[in-house]
Design a binder for this molecule. Structure first.
Ligand SMILES: *Cc1c(COP(=O)(O)O)cnc(C)c1O
Length: 393
């Protein structure tokens, strides 16, 4: 790409607009076209057998896919990025790139639940053993490292529960021992946390969430540095993982507005979290950007912002009251995923799957995504839902 590739010379809001685009290459059109294609024709025999062309085959390189990969590479400050068809496939491909039979993996207990399932099924079948660790273990992780530990997987903050692990401390311990680190960085996006800058080898995103930003796309991204990049690139190519150019174009389209959307999600999320903290129905807020959150100091040290996803713990109420709360919501949708323009709410219970830590919630837990709607309308929707809840207590 002609301009701004890997520049890091501009503020992130500028980079998301300009990275990975080369209008003059496409007759001046601002966006990289959606190039659909498998076969790429060579002009001469010599070009064909010596592989002189910029592209050789659709699966192995496509201008639309490449444009998004290069934009993300610039934002992450890495040696390269590959795209995958979903966030979960990015997590599994990242793991498969660096682990083999007989290896040991340390996996954070607060990881996105389907990533756990990859470890407990496919990796286990391949002879890769997983030990789950407490997200707040910090330097204590040293005691869990074995001779065959090849990778440590992090997620910050934890899915649903929002604990903040000390990523730089764990990355430093791993690097000193030649252990590869991977992080699921979906919550922060590349704008609010750059894992490679604190020594993490592989940075993974569900592009499905804020990068896509419109609840109309499943996409995964894997960024890597050093020897890990060679492994990710080779495994991605060997397994034949591809993303459609249409999906890559949707990812790029979302990326262009990521900075302004995130600024709003952050501000609205914090305002809503503070409002909820005053509600008599709410016991606690799990949001690392709030000063009294246990993970706040680490968040403040390592992250430059917070997105619009957080959880609340309600004071104890019967399940029928929780059901009344959810069924009364009109603007908040009930559904999985997040990071789109719309507000969402789901109930959750970490005790269903955790193994290394116990989840001591004093009441029902609710995860909220604060979307781009008017904040007062969203408060009114929650206020009404709380009133309905109270009629069932
Ligand atoms: C949603 C999510 C994923 C998975 O993304 P999909 O595109 O749904 O596969 C992975 N990690 C985190 C933290 C997520 O929230």
């Amino acid at each position: 790409m002609a301009t701004l590739k890997n520049s890091n010379a501009h503020a992130p809001a500028t980079e998301v607009v300009h990275l990975g685009r080369d209008p003059q290459r496409f007759d001046g059109f601002v966006n990289t076209p959606v190039v659909r294609g498998s076969t790429v024709l060579s002009p001469t025999y010599d070009d064909l057998v010596r592989g002189h062309g910029r592209y050789s085959y659709g699966r192995q390189g496509n201008p639309t896919v490449e444009g998004l990969e290069q934009a993300l590479q610039g934002l992450e400050g890495s040696d390269g990025v590959v795209l995958t068809p979903s966030g979960l496939s990015a997590c599994s491909l990242g793991l498969l790139s660096v682990l083999g039979a007989g290896d040991h993996l340390l996996m954070v207990d607060s990881v996105y639940r389907p990533t756990r399932n990859v470890c407990n099924t496919v990796l286990a079948r391949m002879g890769i053993e997983t030990t789950y660790y407490d997200p707040l273990i910090d330097e204590g992780i040293t005691a869990l490292i074995r001779d065959n530990t090849r990778a440590i997987f992090l997620e910050a903050p934890g899915s649903q529960s929002f604990e903040m692990p000390d990523v730089p401390a764990i990355a430093a311990i791993a690097r000193a021992r030649g252990i590869t680190t991977l992080i699921d960085n979906t919550w922060a996006t590349p704008l609010f946390f750059q894992p490679h800058k604190v020594g993490v080898d592989i940075s993974i995103h569900a592009g499905t969430k804020y990068i896509g930003g419109h609840a109309d796309l499943n996409l995964g991204t894997i960024s890597a540095v050093g020897p890990a990049w060679g492994k990710v690139k080779a495994t991605h190519r060997t397994l034949g993982i591809t993303v459609s150019p249409d999906d890559a174009a949707l990812g790029a389209r979302g990326l262009r507005t990521l900075a302004v959307r995130l600024a709003h999600h952050q501000q609205a999320g914090l305002e809503m979290a503070r409002w909820l903290a005053q509600r008599p129905e709410v016991s606690r807020i799990l949001h690392p950007a709030l000063p009294d959150d246990p993970g706040h100091a680490i968040w403040k040290r390592d992250f430059s912002g917070a997105s619009g996803l957080f959880s609340i713990i309600l004071k104890p109420v019967p399940e029928k009251a929780v059901a009344a709360f959810f069924d009364a919501l009109k603007l908040f949708g009930m559904g999985y995923s997040w990071g789109g323009f719309e507000s969402l709410a789901i109930p959750f219970n970490c005790n269903e799957y955790r193994t290394a830590t116990t989840w001591n919630a004093e009441g029902p837990a609710v995860r909220l995504h604060i979307g781009l709607e008017d904040i007062d309308d969203l408060k009114a929707d929650l206020d009404n839902a709380f009133r309905q809840m109270q009629t069932h207590t």
